[in-house]
Design a binder for this molecule. Structure first.
Ligand SMILES: Cc1cc2nc3c(=O)[nH]c(=O)nc-3n(C[C@H](O)[C@H](O)[C@H](O)COP(=O)(O)OP(=O)(O)OC[C@H]3O[C@@H](n4cnc5c(N)ncnc54)[C@H](O)[C@@H]3O)c2cc1C
Length: 275
């Protein structure tokens, strides 16, 4: 009997380009602006591609999956052009307004629907628009997979992995059984760009789209209605503190003198209130 291919899933979210990020008047993320693959997801995909390089191109299959509007196909095609083999998109108006609980429920249902026996699932550590870092661990819990977050290094050992998880001021090493889910930091690797060979194939590859009904969920399990979190208020953060000033001077005495002048000077106060 031939061994099945080593199969890796990568969760990919498309996010607004940071300079264009804005909320709608209802307080939701405006998805109509120009967007790109979430940077952390790129690192997750690179981790998968590096494993493919290690184990062997013909022995590994990479599936990329996303949940979002039809234009999320842009990031999935980019992933295919970097070397992923298959891409699927969960797209349905009923998903609009899903919080991380509903998002993880839908993504895990999507992965289960594919009928693929994943050895590893990679997710980004977090997104740059939602920023919660909830989705990866929640998908793992729903799929009953062991999981490690903040992963910076991965060593493939055949039937298990050695993974390095970053901590403040250090790291911790785990032996992780397969299958598992890992969330990847932006310090883990340097994502590669598209490769011509894959880019040509990517243009023609089918990206199968799934609806909520296709993944076996009811309408009230997703979207705003299936989300226990309620966004109460979205506030623009403004800088109302004065800027930090550095006191120049040749000697400590001179710097202290300048500091005393700065504290006493009403001109400095005026400068502060303008910022
Ligand atoms: C009440 C409420 C309403 C909301 N309404 C909206 C809304 O209308 N529109 C909207 O855009 N957002 C909405 N959000 C935000 C939405 O919940 C999050 O964007 C989403 O759940 C993902 O969370 P995150 O971005 O924090 O992901 P994180 O947990 O920070 O992401 C970690 C990783 O999980 C994976 N991942 C996360 N999301 C996806 C995805 N969609 N597809 C594939 N992989 C993914 C990626 O690998 C990613 O790197 C709402 C949130 C709340 C609480």
């Amino acid at each position: 009997m031939t061994k099945k291919k080593f199969t890796i899933g990568v969760l990919i979210k498309q996010v607004p380009i940071p300079s264009q990020m804005r909320a709608t008047k209802e307080g939701l993320m405006d998805r109509s602006v120009a967007s790109m693959m979430n940077p952390y997801c790129k690192h997750a995909l690179e981790a998968a591609l590096q494993l493919k390089d290690t184990i062997g191109e013909d022995r590994v299959e990479i599936w990329v999956a996303s949940m979002g509007p039809p234009n999320f196909e842009q990031s999935l095609r980019e992933a295919l052009s970097m070397g992923a083999d298959h891409a699927v998109l969960l797209s349905d108006r009923k998903l609009a307004g899903s919080d991380t609980y509903a998002t993880a429920k839908a993504l895990s249902a999507l992965l289960n629907t594919l009928g693929v026996d994943f050895d590893i699932i990679f997710a980004g550590l977090q997104t740059i628009d939602g920023d919660t870092a909830h989705v990866g661990p929640q998908v793992a819990e729903r799929m009953e997979l062991p999981h490690v977050s903040y992963v910076e290094g991965i060593e493939y050992k055949g039937d298990h992995l050695i993974v390095h998880r970053i901590l403040e001021g250090g790291s911790i090493t785990y032996k992780v059984p397969l299958p598992c889910l890992l969330t990847i930091t932006n310090t883990a690797n340097t994502p590669r760009g598209p490769r011509l060979k894959y880019a040509i194939q990517a243009r023609k590859k089918e990206i199968k789209t799934y609806s909520v009904a296709d993944i076996g969920l009811k309408d009230d399990e997703v979207g705003l209605i299936g989300s226990p979190t309620i966004v109460w208020r979205v506030k623009n953060v403004t800088h109302d503190r004065p800027p930090c000033q550095f006191m120049e001077g040749e000697t400590v005495e001179e710097k202290v003198e300048h500091l005393l002048q700065a504290i006493a000077s009403p001109q400095v106060e005026e400068e502060k209130t303008e910022v």
